[in-house]
Design a protein around this ligand. Structure first.
Ligand code: FES
Length: 249
């Protein structure tokens, strides 16, 4: 069947199978590869697009259902193409933390640092209700845990001890999902580049959020107007200037 919809402001007409996911049409026919295939089950959000302004998982949304609608992908929203994506699930995160014998993070407001095994670390990054800023605090906790994982991986001999390295790679192989265009060769190159990185120099950047709200039944975060500065900084490789102007932790 033929369907016509608008993608990033332009009309597109394509012949689709009735059950063909929108994700496939966007990536394979329209070459909008910034929309990623991750879990393919509506769980990870890697394939999210806006359909008539509502966020939807394009892996479980049929292209036929998009007929006559307006679709926005990451390319249309930001002017950027996302090259690659890596996803880790709960069990994988737990396994990675255990593979480096636990991580050290400040779990309270004070300077006291706790040593967490995989199970405790997962509980830490998932806790939400107790935190005043809800999801934003959860993001902060996830960043703290990732930094601690990075520090532990790049120190304490994990990368030089053959047994430790084997445990880590084994956990990573079975835990981390990557998009379908990220090859082993590219992954090896990234790993080699990472050896030169100081964990303490790593900065996490979050899209600036102005307020929370809802669209239909979907809870959504509305971006602050200066989010466009972040997209341009990524395009022009001037993220250091953006970070200087907007301290994001
Ligand atoms: S939610 Fe669609 S790929 Fe994961």
């Amino acid at each position: 069947m033929d369907v016509t919809f608008t993608v990033n402001g332009r009309q597109a007409s394509v012949a689709v199978d009735p059950a063909e996911p929108l994700l496939e049409v966007l990536r394979e026919r329209l070459r909008l590869t910034g929309t990623k295939e991750g879990c393919n089950e509506g769980e990870c959000g890697a394939c999210t697009v806006l359909v008539d302004g509502l966020p939807l998982d394009s892996c479980i949304y049929s292209a036929a259902a998009a007929s006559g609608r307006s679709i926005e992908t990451v390319e249309g929203l930001t002017g950027l193409r996302v090259d690659h994506l890596a996803v880790i699930d709960f069990a994988g995160f737990e396994a990675l933390v255990d593979a480096v014998d636990g991580i050290d993070v400040a779990t309270g407001n004070g300077p006291i640092v706790s040593h967490l095994d995989g199970e405790a670390a997962l509980k830490f990054v998932r806790q939400r209700q107790a935190e005043p800023l809800g999801d934003l605090d959860r993001v902060r906790q996830e960043q703290m845990a990732l930094r601690a994982l990075l520090v532990k991986t790049m120190s304490n001999g994990v990368l030089t001890d053959p047994a430790g390295l084997y445990r880590l790679l084994d956990a990573a192989r079975s835990s981390v999902g990557v998009d379908d265009t990220l090859t082993n060769g590219r992954l090896r190159a990234v790993a080699a580049e990472l050896r030169k990185v100081q964990p303490t120099a790593v900065r996490f950047v979050q899209a600036p959020i102005e307020r929370w709200g809802s669209e239909g039944s979907q809870p959504v975060a509305y971006l602050a107007p200066y989010a466009t500065e972040l997209w341009s900084a990524l395009r022009s490789d001037t993220l250091d200037t953006y970070l200087y102007q907007h301290s994001t932790g």
